[in-house]
Design a protein around this ligand. Sequence first.
Ligand code: PEP
Ligand code: MG
Length: 547
Amino acid sequence: MTTTTAHGVGVSPGQVSGPVARVEEPLPEPKATPAPADRDQEAARIGPAAAAVARRLAERAESVKGEARAILETTSAMAGDPTLLANAEKLVRERGLPAPRAVFEAAEEFAALLASAGGYLAERVRDVRDVADRLIAELTGTAPPGVPELSGPAVLVARDLAPADTADLDPRLVLALVTEEGGPTGHTAILARSLGIPAVVAARGVLAAGAVGARVDGDTGEVELSDEPVAVQVAQRPAQRPWDGVGRTADGHPVKVLANIGSATDAAAAAAAGAEGVGLFRTEFCFLAATSEPGVEAQRAAYAEALAPFAGKPVVVRTLDAGADKPLPFLSATDEPNPALGVRGIRVAFDRPEIVDRQLEAIAGAAADTGAEVSVMAPMVATADEAAWFARRARAAGITRAGVMIEVPAAALSAAEVLDAVDFVSIGTNDLAQYTFAADRMLGALAQLNDPWQPALLRLVELVARAGRERGKPVGVCGEAAADGLLAGVLAGLGVTSLSMVTAALGAVGASLAEHSMATCEQAARTAVATAEPAQARQAARDVLHR
Ligand code: PEP
Ligand code: MG
């Protein structure tokens, strides 16, 4: 037996072994010839094929709940996207392309737009290609790519997983997920954690190894690949009590468990899952496709729809975070050499304050319409002066609670002064890691540096939390770090007062907090912060929190 070892980032804990099931790669590029004899007839095949794919995805959505359902519904909607279909039909009619090729080209054009936008939008490229592959498979009568039918327990190995692949995975059969690409903040990581499946991402070389069996350590990120079958060994998962819906430690210290949302659909799902409120409403997600600034009334209506399920509950609305990974056509400069370091987030408003003023007016209106307890916060703040500038404008708009995100190391290092200028802060660990380590958060190759267990990142969190404690002001975390059940205990121990995360993680994080006293969390935090690297930090926390 020959074995090789690949190292990735462990994003969901547990040790397992078993046979490898490889997730099929996307279909080969469809040929541009022969031209169809009847272009209209060929174009007319696209609509029904799309309807069939959308229906199947919608049926799968019906059979699952929560986040998985939302993902499958989104993918189903994308399969029926009228613009994509109209563009494909046009390519058949105007250029005489066979329908599968036309779908491929229309999807690639869309994907190129998203990829050039970068970041969050670039993550959608995988979804668009996945939908195109399903349509092409339907049109050509071939099996769609993706997760194979499993007849027994297996370790799934893939280049990356599309949301629709992971959404309805059966945790009884999937021993672990291992991906060659992806990063700690991607959806594979989030879903694996919510399903309790061990997972390792950014494990370079796992595909080339062509392994038959694998041993996976979701804690250390180590994947041992073997050219011979490996006996099935199932992860030992400590039984976790269900979360009772109140965020607190075992001895009653409150740590709010909140949801991150970007739409009214997210808000409804978060409320149904028992979120105590919203710690981050990414308002830019409401307007990603807008080509001009939405008017105050349109903004007010969009925000009110998302706030409605949280009447009487706290909701932190973040002002537009445009630029870099989430460009908005009406706001973002397109010619910056380095958009992540450019005029993004609140910086857009320094030259054009009327934009933030109009948004604050709309948010105040939506708060009045819905009765949600609304606070506002600004993204990408670097100095106390900027924080004070934003708080003044929020108060002028009649919003009493104003805060800022801590995502820039300078803001973390000036936490005391920043907190003096505002009512609360929320740490965006995704960007704070990216800027602290000078490592693009979207690059699989740099995933290790963006690991939220990096001690240097934890030390910055500690510094901010201490400043909050000294001033009696709340310090939240709303980056993906908050979605890791083990890390949640460490963050609470560092003094973080609320955790805001993707809805799928609420139950696991709430239950995990409820297992330990604050003194234990503090001890876990002390030992994790004192380590030299992420694996040691995880192990140190686990040793204290007995996982
Ligand atoms: C973050 O940077 O951690 C954050 C929560 O903001 P976003 O992911 O929207 O950039
Ligand atoms: Mg951010």
